[in-house]
Design a binder for this molecule. Structure first.
Ligand code: 0O2
Length: 234
């Protein structure tokens, strides 16, 4: 059920109040069809994922033939599920409108880059910042300042310029960059969290945090070894 305010919100998203606010969608506009608007929003974010992934794979390919080692181990991506979007909007207490979605959920498009060494994480971030089509909007450095549970990763919220048939627009993408050890911890913790319906007990929380610290220690040792072995650093 769409109320009048929702329709106005959708209209503002599409028309914008002035030229700077203009958001063009690449297909025909149907004000009343929120489902269609949602699909279009997913489409433009999928397009941005493809573009950012392609840029990263080009960098990875370039290192493959021109260097002894590669700062990028793997690149993966996902479009945020409807359930996860709804969950986040509920948690933030924002209305279920397209404008509130665009304003509050910056990780509809998500790309993850896994690197061998901690220094590679920052190197990849710098390479992305140099790309002319990419503007860094926000940096969340959970490596220098890990989350309370021990989560470590570098998150970049970027705007990637995507060209459609008659317009070029910036689309927001969250890029998570982390080491293999950080990724091992995060994927395992994610699985455990989904397995349990309730929050972790204090004991489980402490054990997981301890594991995250072991991973961080391993990362530091491996980084030192890279120095001892004179591996290419950037
Ligand atoms: P999914 O399944 O990836 O969609 P904000 O965007 O600032 O309002 P948010 O979303 O907490 O707040 O931002 P943050 O902290 O940058 O986290 C975004 C994403 O980082 C999460 O997306 C996870 O993918 C990952 N992440 C953050 N904290 C943790 C953590 O403690 N453990 C694991 N395993 N991953 C984490 P979603 O929406 O949770 O999930």
């Amino acid at each position: 059920m769409i109320d009048h305010e929702d329709i106005l919100n959708i209209e503002n998203d599409i028309i914008g109040e002035n030229d700077e606010d203009m958001i063009y969608l690449p297909q025909t506009i149907d004000y009343l069809d929120i489902e269609r608007q949602y699909k279009q929003l997913m489409f433009i974010h999928e397009a941005a994922i493809e573009q950012v992934t392609a840029k990263l794979n080009i960098l990875k390919g370039e290192f493959q033939f021109s260097n002894d080692r590669n700062p990028i181990s793997s690149v993966s991506s996902r479009i945020k599920s409807k359930e996860s979007i709804i969950g986040k909007m509920q948690k933030k207490g924002v209305p279920f409108t397209i404008s509130a979605l665009m304003e509050n959920v910056k990780d509809i498009a998500g790309v993850r880059v896994i690197c061998p060494f901690i220094e590679d994480v920052y190197y990849v971030a710098r390479m992305l910042a140099r790309q002319p089509d990419i503007e860094i909007l926000e940096v969340k450095d959970y490596i220098r300042q890990p989350k309370d549970n021990g989560y470590r990763s570098l998150h970049l919220i970027v705007s990637d310029n995507v060209t459609f048939s008659n317009v070029c627009r910036g689309v927001t993408v969250e890029i998570q960059i982390r080491t293999i050890a950080m990724d091992f911890w995060a994927s395992t913790e994610h699985q455990l969290r989904y397995k349990k319906d309730t929050d972790f007990s204090k004991e489980a929380h402490d054990k997981l945090k301890h594991c995250a610290e072991l991973m961080a220690e391993a990362d530091r040792e491996i980084q030192n070894l890279a120095g001892d072995f004179d591996l290419d650093q950037w």
